[in-house]
Each structure stands twice: as C-alpha cells, then as structure tokens.
Design a protein around this ligand. Structure first.
Ligand SMILES: CC(C)(COP(=O)(O)OP(=O)(O)OC[C@H]1O[C@@H](n2cnc3c(N)ncnc32)[C@H](O)[C@@H]1OP(=O)(O)O)[C@@H](O)C(=O)NCCC(=O)NCCS
Length: 177
C-alpha cells in the first residue's frame, strides 16, 4: 500500500468489481481507454484476478486508487509491458467516478505510481500513449514532467473517426518526487 495526501494505492479485492462496472461503462470514462465494449461483473472480476496473476509473475502491477479516509475505490492505475532488460514500462490511469475528476487525485496517483516504478521497480523509463484530444490527461503528464515523444498516427478509431496516439515518456533522472 502506498499513501499520498488524499489517496492510497492498494491491491484489488473482488468486491471492487461492482464499483468498476458501475462507472467504467460510462462512455465519458472509457472513451480514451481504447476499450469499446461495456464490462460485465464477471469481466471485472476476471480482470481483478488477472491483476493478481500478473503482479505475482512480475509482468504488470495494477493498483486500486482509493480515498485514504474511507478506502473507497475511485480508480485504477498501473504499470504494464514491463521490460527488465531496458528497464521500462507503460503507464495507465483512470478515475472511474467523474465526480472525483479535477480534485488532484489523478495527479497524486500518477506521482505515487511513478515513485513505485522508479524507486521500487528500478525502472529507467516510463512511457504512455494518450489520445490527441485528451487534453486533460496531456496537461497532467506535462505538469508532472513527461516529455512529448512523437505520435502513432491514426492508431485509434472510435465514434466514427481516427485519432492519433501521442507518446509521452519520463526518465528516472527527470523524476522529481
Ligand atoms: C485523466 C484523469 C486520470 C485525470 O484525473 P483527475 O483526477 O481529473 O486529474 P487532476 O485533478 O489531478 O488534474 C486535472 C488537471 O487538468 C486540468 N484540466 C481539466 N480539464 C482540462 C482540459 N479539458 N484541458 C486541459 N486541462 C484540463 C485541470 O485544471 C487540472 O490541472 P491543474 O492541477 O494544473 O489545475 C481522469 O480525468 C480520467 O480518469 N479520465 C478518463 C480516463 C483517461 O483519460 N485516462 C488517461 C488515459 S491516457
């Protein structure tokens, strides 16, 4: 468990599945996640079981983002596509419940996750892809210190249009806690 000022990153419990599907199936929330299908309760439970397996195998580390005061699940963040030779991984984040957007929780969760990736996993480079029109996410990544590094042109298709995926990355030497 990793604690910030308002939130904590913890492992998932199967009971979290109900909260995940309650909010994840809102199109606003999953619009930028390249996942066009709604989730069932069974899908979410299976996904949680997979997070246990992948972290046991050292392949990916997904955390529940929970409010520190109540332990209530509000999102997910994680490091996946880990490469131990090049010491790099890809980052993902979602705050499920829109009422918690814009309160600083996303930024806090990313900082905790970066600290884990650089200080515990000894990664050298953490990268991510974000949709060209996801300006909220881009603002956060740039604020934290991620550098833009090019794009995958028309790599994502949703709601009748192609979108570029923008690459951002951060090196261990650039990370300021
Ligand atoms: C992206 C996401 C994780 C951000 O979490 P959050 O808790 O809302 O973010 P924070 O409150 O920490 O920060 C929001 C920042 O974006 C700014 N912002 C809000 N809307 C914005 C917009 N449309 N364009 C640019 N900046 C915007 C806010 O002013 C704030 O910046 P500040 O701290 O400098 O004032 C959350 O909105 C989310 O889960 N979105 C859906 C899934 C998603 O897009 N995931 C990322 C995929 S790459």
């Amino acid at each position: 468990m990793f604690e910030g000022t308002n939130i904590q990153l913890r492992g998932f419990e199967l009971e979290d599945a109900a909260t995940i599907i309650k909010y994840y199936n809102d199109l606003d929330v999953r619009r930028f996640l390249d996942h066009p299908f709604p989730l069932s309760l069974q899908d979410a439970e299976q996904w949680i079981r997979n997070t246990w397996e992948t972290s046991k195998k050292g392949k990916a580390y997904f955390f529940a983002i929970a409010l520190k005061e109540t332990n209530q699940l509000i999102g997910t963040c994680g490091l996946f596509a880990l490469n131990r030779i090049n010491r790099k991984a890809e980052l993902m984040i979602v705050i499920y419940n829109k009422k918690y957007w814009g309160k600083g929780f996303g930024t806090e969760a990313i900082r905790l996750l970066l600290n884990y990736g650089f200080k515990q996993l000894n990664l050298n480079r953490i990268l991510l892809f974000t949709h060209d029109d996801n300006t909220r996410a881009q603002h956060i990544y740039e604020k934290i210190g991620f550098k833009p590094g090019g794009k995958r042109r028309q790599a994502s298709y949703f709601e009748g249009a192609y979108h570029d995926l923008l690459l951002y990355d951060l090196l261990a030497s650039e990370f300021q806690e």
